[in-house]
Write a protein that binds this ligand. Structure first.
Ligand SMILES: [Fe+2]
Ligand SMILES: [Fe+2]
Length: 143
């Protein structure tokens, strides 16, 4: 069954809150990482910020185009003390983003919103790339 425009706006606002959270998560974790891998991990986290910001910008623009008001409230970001915990929290967030955008793309398709569907599918690809990078870092993790 096809969603109403209002329902899609609400769902996209949930996605936008998660993208804001991703920006905050990567920015704070980049500051917080410690130890011999600090520079590398900090750079990795920082490099994710422009991509997530781009997703947030797309969603905010689309929400306005559909007649809605973009949220200014991010989802909660987990506070984690150690590097491995930060990577695991990021992995969970990226997996959730992949699942969200797969569902959203099929909802957009059911509404006949082809342009939105294609953009959301691009975001599935982006978040899958992020997820796989973090998986590979964690695969080689010692200690
Ligand atoms: Fe994102
Ligand atoms: Fe991501």
């Amino acid at each position: 069954m096809s969603l109403t425009r209002e329902q899609m706006i609400d769902l996209l606002n949930g996605d936008l809150a998660s993208e804001y959270a991703a920006v905050i998560q990567y920015l704070t974790y980049a500051a917080k990482v410690t130890g011999p891998n600090r520079n590398e991990l900090s750079q990795f986290f920082q490099e994710e910020i422009p991509g997530e910001t781009g997703h947030a910008k797309f969603l905010a623009d689309k929400i306005v185009a559909l007649g809605g008001t973009p949220t200014v409230t991010p989802s909660d970001v987990p506070q984690v003390a150690d590097n491995k915990g930060m990577l695991e929290a990021v992995l969970a967030a990226e997996r959730a983003a992949v699942a969200r955008y797969i569902e959203r793309a099929s909802q957009a398709e059911a509404m006949g919103q082809k342009g939105l569907q294609v953009q959301l599918e691009d975001m599935v690809a982006d978040e899958t790339g992020h997820m796989e990078q973090v998986e590979r870092i964690l695969r080689g993790w010692r200690g």
